[in-house]
Write a protein that binds this ligand. Structure first.
Ligand SMILES: CC(C)(COP(=O)(O)OP(=O)(O)OC[C@H]1O[C@@H](n2cnc3c(N)ncnc32)[C@H](O)[C@@H]1OP(=O)(O)O)[C@@H](O)C(=O)NCCC(=O)NCCS
Length: 288
């Protein structure tokens, strides 16, 4: 059977996000989420489409990749084909084939879900493992406790507040208002919300974006941050609780987040908001 690799059109991105949403299963592996595509959309539809790869077999989408960086491909697979040898071999070959235009040459990284056959193939081919990441998860069966912060759901008119907190939380952030609008125009944002938390003085101190993949599916936080002038006051915990509560309202069965394990402050913050760490994961790396 022929496995076909392509890049979607901008109009096709909504369909790709929908398929990624269907592949999020509560008992399944953590993998590329429609929210990751949605967050990338801040760079615009053209750039997002150019960074997206879709593998099809028999007219059915079986794997999706997002070049989150030119040297980092993040992969998701249809749950039924995680261990499919033929597909794994094709994906492993395609991603390093210069004529297929997926990963650049030299040192490159792949994030594939735990249990995907392609991981075994890459390690057999000599790929190493990179620094650990910690996924954390909170079930949303029970109501989430109150965050204690005044929480505002961001709309087009208040986007500048969301983006200002982002830039005050993440060094080097380029999240300007224009990028918020580009993100909000993307289909995944229909199932997303940006929240800003204000302290007692009304100052915007923390922000988060949450992405639902539909009812009964895990939703994700991407990204979450506290203004650097206001850290150490419990606002990280509070905005994370608000994020979990919003995902519950959107119908998510659980809230998921992924952070580099070295970000001990983030791991501590998520834990303090009732998230439990799952086993660490590693990107795979091919040295140049
Ligand atoms: C991580 C971050 C959100 C923490 O925000 P904060 O408002 O200072 O966190 P809180 O005051 O709510 O602290 C929550 C818990 O984490 C702990 N914590 C926070 N920062 C910590 C650090 N750097 N090292 C160790 N523990 C830390 C607190 O002690 C607290 O634990 P406790 O509940 O056991 O007392 C903030 O530092 C930040 O925005 N960093 C940059 C962006 C980022 O990394 N975002 C997360 C990844 S997407």
């Amino acid at each position: 059977m022929t496995i076909w690799l392509g890049t979607p059109s901008v109009d096709g991105l909504g369909g790709v996000a929908r398929v990624l949403g269907e592949w999020q299963v509560e008992a399944g592996a953590v993998q590329l989420h429609p929210g990751d595509l949605g967050w990338f959309r801040r760079f615009g539809g053209e750039r997002t489409a150019a960074a997206t790869r879709v593998w099809e077999r028999d007219g059915e989408t079986v794997a999706i990749g997002l070049l989150d960086e030119p040297d980092l491909l993040r992969l998701a697979f249809a749950p039924a084909v995680f261990e499919d040898e033929e597909l794994a071999a094709q994906v492993a070959a395609d991603i390093v084939d210069p004529s297929r235009g997926v990963l650049i040459e030299g040192k490159v990284y792949v994030e594939a879900p735990v249990g995907a056959r392609v991981k075994d193939l890459l390690s057999k081919e000599g790929w190493g493992i990179d620094d650990p990441w910690t996924p954390l998860k909170r079930e949303l069966t029970e109501p989430v406790e109150d965050s204690g912060l005044a929480i505002e759901v961001i709309a087009a008119e208040t986007a500048h507040i969301r983006t200002a907190v982002q830039r005050a939380a993440f060094d080097g952030s380029t999240f300007i208002e224009e990028r918020w609008h580009a993100m909000a125009e993307g289909e995944p944002y229909a199932n997303a919300r940006c929240l800003v938390g204000r302290d007692g003085q009304g100052e915007p101190v923390a922000a988060v974006t949450v992405w639902s993949a539909g009812p009964g599916k895990p939703g994700v936080l991407e990204p979450m941050g506290v203004h650097r002038d206001f850290r150490g006051n419990g606002y990280g915990q509070a905005i994370t609780l608000a994020a979990a509560a919003m995902l519950r309202e959107l119908g998510s069965s659980s809230a998921l987040v992924l952070t580099p394990s070295f970000n001990v402050g983030a791991v501590a913050t998520y834990r303090s908001a009732g998230f439990e760490p799952l086993p660490e994961t590693h990107d795979q790396v091919r040295s140049g």
